[in-house]
Design a protein around this ligand. Structure first.
Ligand code: DBV
Length: 257
């Protein structure tokens, strides 16, 4: 059992989870900045329930790790582990709107039906070249190198189009030995490279004017509204934890702008 966590920055005891190395790498990388806790009510920092059937019960644990910095409004990771039923790492960095930065988004999902992985710098203003050009110029060469090494993830919902960049690393592949090989030889290093570039952009970013930050904030709000309305995890979280907890978690914690 883990020690009780009462701050979003408290260590997480998930030594044997599939995506633990990714969370550890993320926290270590972010630690180049001065991290402050991001206020999250305790009922969302950690949740554990029994699910499954009487003859085949399993534990479902979800933990939330989060921080903020002077340039990042919120960086939060959800790690969910449900034995062989599901293992999820979902991580979003939401920059402060007075810096012209995209979102960092990762959705790494292992289900009995296979692995689904999305990694992207998601624009708040997709048709604004000032917002996208300098980012995409640096992201696309990285994307090209890794995307060729994994299967394409297939079509994404058309209404999601405004929120993706052309640098989205997007793949699906079945469980098995080949999957483990892809995750360690492609997904982990690709994630590391995306994260390093993102943190580099954060370091370089300069404050923008109030009027421009207001435009950016509107774009960020549209993105958050979209993600909270269309969260693909809603069904799964509701099954495990009930709708009241799930709705509040999605709207007030995960996509809270
Ligand atoms: N997705 C979330 C959160 C999750 C989560 C907060 C807490 O945004 C998990 C968990 N994503 C999750 C699960 C599934 C997906 C699917 C459990 C599988 C749902 C299922 O098959 O039942 C990227 N994630 C998806 C899909 C896309 C993304 C395109 C497929 C959706 C579909 O088939 O309808 N999520 C989406 C995205 C980002 C992201 C673009 C940003 C990089 O986080």
């Amino acid at each position: 059992m883990s020690a009780f966590r009462n701050s979003s920055l408290d260590p997480v005891n998930i030594a044997d989870w599939r995506w633990t190395p990714i969370l550890q790498l993320t926290i270590k990388a972010l630690s180049r900045f001065q991290l402050d806790p991001y206020p999250i009510p305790t009922q969302f920092l950690e949740r554990e329930e029994t699910s499954g059937s009487k003859s085949n019960p399993f534990r479902v644990r979800t933990i939330t790790w989060a921080c903020k910095t002077n340039k990042l409004r919120q960086a939060r990771a959800v790690c969910l582990h449900a034995g062989r039923s599901a293992s999820v790492f979902n991580f979003v960095i939401s920059p402060c709107p007075n810096f012209d930065l995209p979102f960092f988004g990762a959705d790494f999902v292992t289900l009995p039906s296979g692995n689904l992985l999305a990694l992207d710098f998601q624009p708040a203003l997709k048709s604004d070249k000032l917002h996208t050009d300098q980012v995409w110029n640096r992201l696309l060469p990285i994307h090209r190198r890794w995307q060729d090494l994994v299967p394409d993830g297939g079509p994404i919902p058309i209404e999601a189009e405004p929120y993706f960049s052309p640098g989205m690393l997007w793949t699906r592949f079945p469980l098995g030995n080949k999957a483990e090989e892809l995750i360690s030889s492609v997904i982990l290093p690709a994630y590391n490279e995306y994260l390093m570039l993102y943190l580099q952009l954060v370091s370089e970013s300069k404050m923008i004017s109030l009027s421009r930050s207001e435009i950016l904030k509107e774009g960020q709000k549209r993105y958050m509204k979209y993600r909270s309305e269309k969260d693909p995890a809603r069904g799964m979280l509701t099954r495990f934890y009930g709708s009241q907890w799930t709705e509040s978690y999605i709207k007030d914690v995960l996509f809270d702008l």
